[in-house]
Write a protein that binds this ligand. Structure first.
Ligand code: NDP
Length: 510
């Protein structure tokens, strides 16, 4: 059977068919939910949230922790579905989806009581009063998710939202709805309140309806183009949002890099999840002193990769791509680059069907003005460019409208840090790739058009709350100095005090 065309994803008027991208076979179908159904889901989540916040934060953490226990008990079954619907390999489904969510649930269940406890703010001038901030649930969080990590991206946010005391409504990608519904089953099996977490399946219009349904915050992950629409819609309604958008991660390879490790990192960072990762190694700037040796190593590793249908086998390195249109985009970018003078060292072709496969591809002779070096590829293609210095590499790395992740390879960690701090990216990893999405402690997000705000970490957790400030007196005074009535005498007195306090040479900067 050939791969199902886009039209075949529609079953009847209002249902969407989910298809296994490695085989083209249908897996099931889900409703294409309209605005009324979305509003009803948000109302149910809001009702359940009113009960949920009666629990203490520690009690909520205890309950969310059960999700990871349930998840790990059923890990194989969940991995099966992730592989079937998304096309990724079993090792990737375990390492980048299931384990990431279980670890995140454990981490925040343990640490949220500390991370969300009220924080005093010492007042340096008005010392007779004191301030603190505290964190209050926002209400209902709307999560709009992409297809490339259909479990770990939304479920991390779902669990953090719940810990923070919110209800959640998730709109998964139309290409991976079954994983979202399985996540909901896991949630219920873990004994979490059924209505607190809702899944609304559908296409882009369902996502737009979610933003228009009275939610209190939106966490969006997806393309820059849709991110703009989401930001505009949230702005219109004055709903705060986090935007996690595209990436074009550069890898800078210095002349002193450990080339064996670097080549493996580039191969894994470029081809993991068939290159459909927002922080994939999307362009390599290799110092001319090591360029040729690096290319040889990356090409040899790439040729050794086994590509195929990952369902039911752990012996596959590169799985299927998830979306037919993405395969066309990758093919166009490679053809364009070759037309402009790039050389295909290995790969460079769509694999004949069934299924959506593109050969792991290494391009050399690349130039910065090629689309393959400028646009997000989102497929298994690693373009490599020769540079004559680290300074040139930094300049080229920063010559992008995107800034999610970046990578530096060097044996000299001090130099690595110096270079990392000059790169315009949300995260720079030295001698490693991709992994920090799996660290719940670290902030995830980009600069420039890669997004606004951060997920994960204390910042991501607190963003799922309203920050409220309380200012309270420490001693009882009959009145404040600056209250009515005003007078010349009071003015002179205040001026003298202010001069002493604010203009004193003894005031030290700390
Ligand atoms: P899209 O922007 O196409 O879609 C993302 C989600 O938005 C989907 O659920 C989609 O629904 C929904 N959507 C579409 N139109 C609207 C709308 N008008 N209003 C609200 N929601 C809408 O992205 P992809 O799914 O193709 O994901 C790939 C992109 O995501 C890449 O650019 C990648 O870099 C980025 N990404 C960023 C990450 C990060 O952490 N920064 C992580 C992972 C991916 P539907 O699918 O049904 O159309």
């Amino acid at each position: 059977m050939g791969f199902a065309a886009a039209a075949e994803r529609t079953a009847g008027n209002d249902r969407i068919v989910s298809i296994n991208p490695a085989t083209g076979m249908p897996l099931g179908d889900v409703p294409d939910m309209g605005a009324d159904a979305v509003r009803a889901a948000v109302a149910r989540a809001r009702e359940a949230q009113r009960e949920w916040i009666r629990l203490t934060l520690a009690e909520r953490c205890q309950k969310v922790r059960r999700f990871s226990v349930e998840l790990m008990a059923r890990a194989d079954q969940v991995i099966d579905l992730i592989c079937k619907e998304g096309g990724k390999t079993r090792s990737e489904a375990l390492g980048t989806e299931v384990a990431v969510v279980a670890d995140l649930a454990n981490y925040f269940s343990k640490h949220a009581p500390r991370l969300l406890s009220p924080e005093p703010i010492p007042l340096h001038l008005l010392r007779h009063r004191k301030s603190y901030v505290h964190y209050v649930p926002r209400g209902v969080i709307g999560i709009i998710a992409p297809w490339n990590f259909p479990f770990s991206i939304p479920m991390g946010e779902v669990l953090m939202s719940a810990i923070a005391g919110n209800g959640v409504v998730l709109k998964p990608s139309e290409f991976t709805p079954l994983i979202a519904l399985e996540s909901k089953k896991l949630w219920e099996a873990a004994g979490l309140p059924a209505d607190l977490f809702q899944v609304v399946t559908g296409r882009g219009a369902t996502g737009a309806a979610l933003i228009d349904s009275g939610i209190d915050y939106c966490v969006f992950t997806g393309s820059v183009a849709t991110g703009r629409k989401v930001a505009a819609a949230c702005g219109e309604r004055l709903i705060p949002c986090t935007l996690e958008l595209g990436g074009k991660a550069p890898a800078i390879v210095c002349a002193d890099a450990d080339l064996d490790r670097t080549a493996q990192a580039i191969a894994w960072g470029g081809f993991c999840n068939a290159g459909q990762v927002c922080c994939s190694v999307e362009r390599v700037y290799a110092h001319t002193a090591v360029h040729d040796e690096l290319v040889d190593k990356v090409v040899a590793l790439t040729r050794s990769l086994r590509q195929g249908d990952p369902t039911g086998s752990e012996e596959v390195d590169v799985g299927a791509m998830t979306w037919e249109r993405q395969v066309d985009t990758v093919d166009d970018l490679v053809k364009q680059a070759v037309g402009a003078g790039a050389r295909v060292e290995t790969g460079g072709r769509r694999v004949p069907g069934p299924g959506l496969f593109y050969e792991p591809t290494v391009l050399t002779n690349c130039r910065q003005d090629m689309d393959v070096m400028r646009r997000e590829i989102f497929g298994p293609v690693v373009p490599i460019m020769r540079v004559s210095s680290e300074a040139e590499a930094i300049e080229l790395a920063n010559d992008s409208h995107l800034g999610l992740l970046a990578y530096v390879f060097t044996r000299d960690r001090d130099k690595g840090r110096r270079l990392a701090e000059q790169i315009e990216a949300g995260t720079v990893m030295i001698n490693d790739v991709l992994n920090t999405f799996g660290c719940p402690e670290t902030p995830w997000g980009g600069v420039k058009m890669s997004g606004i705000g951060r997920t994960h970490s204390v910042i991501g957790l607190r963003d799922l709350c309203e920050l409220r400030h309380v200012n309270v007196d420490r001693v009882s005074l009959p009145k404040e100095l600056w209250w009515y009535p005003y007078s010349r005498k009071k003015y002179r007195g205040m001026l003298a005090v202010m001069k002493k306090l604010l203009g004193s040479k003894r005031f030290t900067l700390t």
